[in-house]
Design a protein around this ligand. Structure first.
Ligand code: ZN
Length: 161
């Protein structure tokens, strides 16, 4: 990463290939990220990398450049005894596989007696995504942001040092 790294703020609306809105920054603060640090999905980072403040664009990102293709080896069967006995488990439940923010999220696919089937794929894996993007701000990253590998918000929220 060079000293010319950018911090980019975008408003976006994310839709799947059926046009269903999956996520949007509208009504909230724009998403701010540090370029080149892997903060957002690679396909979106590449497209927004060519845009400047005020630019708007509809960007289609194939699954491989978004959350990746679905992987069969991420679907696994584990014994019920791996979970606390008082933890209710039902199909569709999601939980994090660890305490870290980036720990994979598992979805319960099936409950058969003492066998639980889990899917560790990202819920958006295998999906082509469309982002309606507007760049609201571009600025140079500070050396502190570059060394941390992420952007620091205007109010320093959501991030502790
Ligand atoms: Zn930081």
């Amino acid at each position: 990463m060079t000293a010319s790294a950018r911090v980019v703020s975008i408003h976006y609306t994310l839709t799947d290939d059926k046009g269903t809105v999956l996520d949007s920054s509208k009504g909230a603060e724009p998403l701010q990220y540090l370029e080149g640090a892997g903060n957002i999905i690679p396909g979106l980072e590449k497209e927004v990398g060519k845009m400047n403040t005020g630019d708007k664009k509809i960007v289609k990102i194939p699954a491989a450049q978004a959350y990746g293709e679905k992987r069969e080896d991420m679907v696994m069967e584990v014994p019920r005894t791996q979970f606390p006995p008082d933890m209710a488990l039902k199909v569709g439940d999601r939980f994090r596989g660890g305490a870290e923010d980036h720990a994979p999220v598992f979805t319960v696919m099936a409950v058969n007696g003492d066998k639980i089937t889990l899917d560790g794929n990202h819920p958006l894996a295998g999906q082509d995504l469309t982002f309606d993007v507007e760049v609201t701000e571009v600025r140079a990253a500070t050396s502190e942001e570059v060394s941390h590998g992420h952007a620091h918000g205007p109010h320093g929220h959501g991030h502790h040092h």
